[in-house]
Design a protein around this ligand. Structure first.
Ligand code: PMP
Length: 296
């Protein structure tokens, strides 16, 4: 298990900076019992200039708010104030390359009723510089992503991640690195915590929105493609066409841009270093560090 905190770690919770080991959560909380909470996964980076920058912080905290509202959770916080508090958490813990986890959770409530208030905690821990050289062996999951008619799937809700845990653990138990899940129509959807792209004949393809979490990294990859003049197409994707791709990758805040070696043991034919996907990966790495892509 990773060491997320020690006796010196400080978190932000309900307006205060407190020691992580001294913060308490109610065992009678509705979030814990029913998976009724929302969260974010955010990265900060040591920039090329040596400063600390949270990547797309507004987008993440806005999504946190939209996720809470989608679940009828009261949301009393201001995005700019939360960003400021997050920078303070980084400063207090002496962190630059970090993973940041804001969590909005419900008070004690064993019923399904709406609450009068929510709580918030912002935690952060060190995450080393990105290497991106290891390629993933991916397995088509036997689990499908949650049906958008059963859940607000564009919300980043804690309970949705039981699906991610089942899929990821199944893949690892079968000797793979990660899972790829279909949507309820059987089309390619996403990974347990990342979106998917594939490359074929000089173009990139990614599943359309509707049955996926439309990731902030996915949007960044689309921006990078536009900047680099790479055609990127959003469409319904079948597993058969994905297996005939030249290359493929996952992208997400934590995963960043990570190439695939194989899907269900079918190895992608083009050397990763010679793909457009690798160019996108390098550009992403430069963008988060506010560096020149050539220097990466
Ligand atoms: N899909 C799922 C299911 C995820 O959990 C994540 C991670 N938040 C993503 C996609 C990628 O989203 P983002 O790029 O905003 O991190």
């Amino acid at each position: 298990m990773a060491n997320y905190y020690d006796s010196n770690t400080v978190i932000f919770t309900n307006g205060k900076f407190v020691k992580a080991g001294e913060a308490r959560m109610d065992l009678y909380g509705q979030s814990l019992h029913y998976g009724y909470g929302v969260f974010e996964g955010i990265r900060s980076y040591k920039t090329a200039a040596g400063t600390t920058a949270i990547f797309k912080e507004k987008e993440h905290f806005e999504r946190l708010k939209q996720s809470a509202l989608a679940l009828n959770m009261p949301y009393a916080w201001d995005t700019d104030a939360l960003i400021e508090a997050t920078y303070e958490v980084l400063r207090l813990n002496n962190l630059q390359d970090a993973y940041i986890r804001p969590l909005v959770y419900a008070p004690a409530n064993m019923s399904f009723s709406r609450n009068a208030e929510s709580h918030i905690a912002i935690m952060a821990w060190e995450m080393g510089p990105f290497l991106g050289d290891k390629l993933l062996r991916v397995m088509t999951s036997s689990f499908q992503r949650p049906n958008p008619k059963g859940f607000h799937i564009t919300a980043k809700a804690t309970g949705h991640y039981v699906n991610s845990i089942l899929a990821s653990q199944e893949a690892k138990a079968n000797g793979f690195d990660e899972a790829l899940l279909m949507d309820m129509t059987g089309a390619v959807a996403e990974g347990p915590g990342a979106n998917v792209f594939y490359e074929k004949d000089g173009k990139l393809y990614t599943p359309s929105t509707g049955n996926i979490l439309p990731g902030i990294t996915r949007a960044t990859v689309l921006e990078i493609c536009a900047d680099l003049g790479i055609e990127a197409i959003e469409k319904k994707i079948t597993i058969e066409e994905l297996k005939k791709a030249d290359a493929a990758f996952f992208c997400g805040t934590a995963a960043e841009v990570i190439g695939w070696e194989s899907l269900d043991h079918i190895v992608f034919p083009v050397n990763w270093n010679h793909t457009l996907s690798r160019k996108v990966q390098k550009a992403y790495s430069a963008r988060v560090k506010q560096a020149d892509a050539i220097a990466v």
